[in-house]
Design a protein around this ligand. Structure first.
Ligand code: NAP
Length: 258
């Protein structure tokens, strides 16, 4: 591999899709990818106006951008989005499966609908997008990079929250990542997962919980979306060419021990 470590054209002419790119970690990942030269499609299920603002920021970096409304838990919506991107942009080189939802409910009070919704968006949605991207990348025959967004909740039951559906979905995302990495290595499709600790986004806007999450984090603060987005972009580059099936934890030293 040639090139400096800080090659600002590392992703030139690559086309990336970031699900849930309208805000938070997805927005930061999209801007990091664009700053390395990638063209970036932003998807969201409702917040198209926010997504369009992100698209403008991306275009200001000198690359292409587009937005699509797509509910990742709906197979027809995912199929349609991938079809449109392929038709308009010609190829798909990078997928960031970032779209996700969280809610706090004790297991004993959780309805089946609540369980299914969180599993459908966070786990099934990740699978559906991986499958659609994997099919394209296999057909294109030039490899690709898929980065899934997991969570520390995949491996530890965090305090003070209760969300067993979210934790189970994120645990599934880690194992889905490892299995797809093994299946698609022969096509040079790398599949990795980034597992953040607590990051300042709309998902974690609870003013009541933020001090507790900060205290449980060794660095004494929550993460910034950009501190996750930059790792996602790194994983898409050739600098991470020997990484697949990896689970990268970025949690500021989160611990449940006090
Ligand atoms: P966020 O600010 O709430 O952003 C979530 C994004 O996902 C939005 O763009 C949202 O847009 C989109 N989305 C939600 N449901 C969707 C659906 N059904 N189909 C398509 N898009 C959908 O949350 P965030 O904190 O940036 O989270 C991003 C990812 O990081 C999630 O997977 C989350 O689980 C993970 N994560 C976050 C933290 C944290 O501390 N923030 C920690 C660990 C992991 P619409 O609302 O318009 O659909």
């Amino acid at each position: 591999m040639n090139g400096r470590f800080t090659d600002l054209c590392a992703l030139k002419n690559c086309n990336a899709i970031v699900t849930g790119g309208s805000r938070g970690i997805g927005r930061a990942a999209a801007l990091s990818l664009a700053s390395l030269g990638a063209n970036v499609v932003i998807t969201s299920s409702q917040s198209d106006l926010e997504a369009k603002e992100v698209a403008k920021e991306i275009e200001a970096l000198g690359v292409k951008s587009a937005t699509f409304l797509c509910d990742v838990s709906e197979p027809s919506s995912v199929r349609d989005m991938f079809y449109q991107v392929k038709r308009q942009w010609g190829s798909i080189d990078i997928l960031v499966n970032n779209a996700g939802i969280a809610e706090v409910t004790r297991a004993e009070d959780m309805t089946l609908e609540q369980w299914k919704r969180v599993i459908d968006v966070n786990l099934t949605g990740t699978f559906l997008c991986c499958q659609a991207a994997g099919r394209e990348m296999i057909e294109q025959g030039k490899g690709g990079s898929i980065i899934n967004v997991g969570s520390i909740c995949a491996s530890i039951a965090v305090k003070p929250d209760h969300h067993c559906h979210y934790d189970a979905a994120k645990g599934g995302v880690v194992m889905l990542t490892k299995t797809l990495a093994a299946e698609w290595a022969k096509h040079n499709i790398r599949v990795n997962v980034v597992s953040p600790g607590y990051v300042k986004t709309k998902m974690t806007e609870s003013e009541q919980h933020r001090p507790i999450w900060s205290e449980l984090t060794a660095l004494g603060r929550m993460g910034e979306p950009e501190e996750i987005g930059s790792m996602i972009a790194f994983l898409a580059t050739k600098h991470a060419g020997f990484m697949t099936g990896s689970n990268i934890v970025i949690d500021g030293g989160y611990t449940t021990i006090k």
